[in-house]
Design a protein around this ligand. Structure first.
Ligand SMILES: Cc1cc2nc3c(=O)[nH]c(=O)nc-3n(C[C@H](O)[C@H](O)[C@H](O)COP(=O)(O)OP(=O)(O)OC[C@H]3O[C@@H](n4cnc5c(N)ncnc54)[C@H](O)[C@@H]3O)c2cc1C
Ligand code: FES
Length: 263
């Protein structure tokens, strides 16, 4: 019988430094992936953690990993050519049909940009069309910015706002929390506009409240959770809130459901 917990070794093709503590790992991988899904990555004898897939094509996938603890410390010692143990992809991911021919605002805080990167790219590169496409992303400081090249490229196709909590001597862009920029989104058709919000829990809470205050309908808001998980496949109950398994039913939820998932 197949053991669903058994990871397989995949070759690391490339490692890109995004910031001092965030590296993007490109790994050889063939299989079906949906933007917003995650992998369980591991090092035998060290540990396992869920990591969002931020990019993929027919032969590879990419994950942007923040160095925060036991496993990610060890992962940062790996080099291109080494093996990374993974199982997945897991979770529901984003249904791109929701966004087609709509005004859409993708709103991310910090590493929250990783799970929506591929879905934003899908629309920015014209694979499917939205009407007005906006990206609003906030980082702590200029040196915490992720996917700088992508943000630059996307700004040629849609309205991209990058804000930092605190600038430095060279920063000439926007400052202030994401919530202070919500009112500057194109709200001309706000009752029909879709918003996707991903980031730390406190950012998601206040951003969704601000969206609703500005006229967004709850059913048009989508979020993705990064709740503590273990098995990732609906077996251990670690991520369960009431009857909902975040790992199986999510991590992407409509706000109507998401607002009930508070523990
Ligand atoms: C669906 C999903 C998607 C995710 N996607 C990503 C992603 O794309 N990129 C990414 O980088 N992360 C992502 N995460 C988060 C990632 O899984 C966690 O950060 C994971 O715990 C890292 O494992 P670790 O062993 O390196 O860290 P751990 O050692 O488990 O530490 C995790 C956190 O706990 C803290 N901690 C550790 N030990 C202690 C202690 N003794 N006392 C107090 N605090 C402590 C650490 O400072 C750190 O903040 C995702 C999580 C989920 C659920
Ligand atoms: S993580 Fe085990 S049931 Fe969701």
């Amino acid at each position: 019988m197949n053991n669903p917990y058994l990871p397989q070794a995949y070759k690391i093709l490339e490692i890109r430094k995004e910031t001092a503590i965030d590296y993007t790992f490109k790994v050889a991988f063939q299989g079906n992936v949906i933007g917003g899904q995650f992998m369980e990555i591991s090092i035998p004898g060290v540990g396992e953690a869920p990591i969002s897939i931020c990019n993929f094509d027919k032969t590879s996938l990419e994950m942007t990993i923040r160095r925060v603890g036991r496993l990610t410390d060890k992962i940062f010692n790996l080099q291109a050519g080494d093996s990374l143990f993974m199982r997945g992809p897991y979770g529901n991911g984003f249904d791109t049909n929701i966004f087609k021919n709509k005004d859409v605002a993708f709103i991310a805080g910090g590493t929250g940009l990783a799970p929506i990167r591929k879905t934003i790219d899908h629309f920015m590169t014209g694979i499917d069309e939205t009407k007005i496409l906006e990206v609003l992303v906030g980082f702590k400081s200029p040196s915490d910015r992720l996917f700088i090249d992508d943000l630059d490229r996307w700004s040629k196709f849609g309205n991209v706002t990058v804000t930092v909590d605190k600038g430095d001597d060279t920063w000439q862009g926007e400052t202030g929390l994401i919530t202070t920029h919500i009112g500057k989104l194109d709200l001309s058709n706000v009752k029909e506009k879709i918003a996707v919000v991903v980031g730390p829990p406190i950012m998601m809470k206040f951003t969704t409240l601000e969206l609703i205050k500005n006229g967004f309908k709850e059913e048009n808001i989508w979020v993705s959770f990064e709740r503590k998980m273990s098995c990732g496949i609906g077996k251990c109950g670690h991520c369960k809130i009431d009857e909902t398994y975040i790992c199986l039913d999510g991590p992407v939820f409509n706000y109507i459901k998401a607002k009930t998932l508070i523990d």
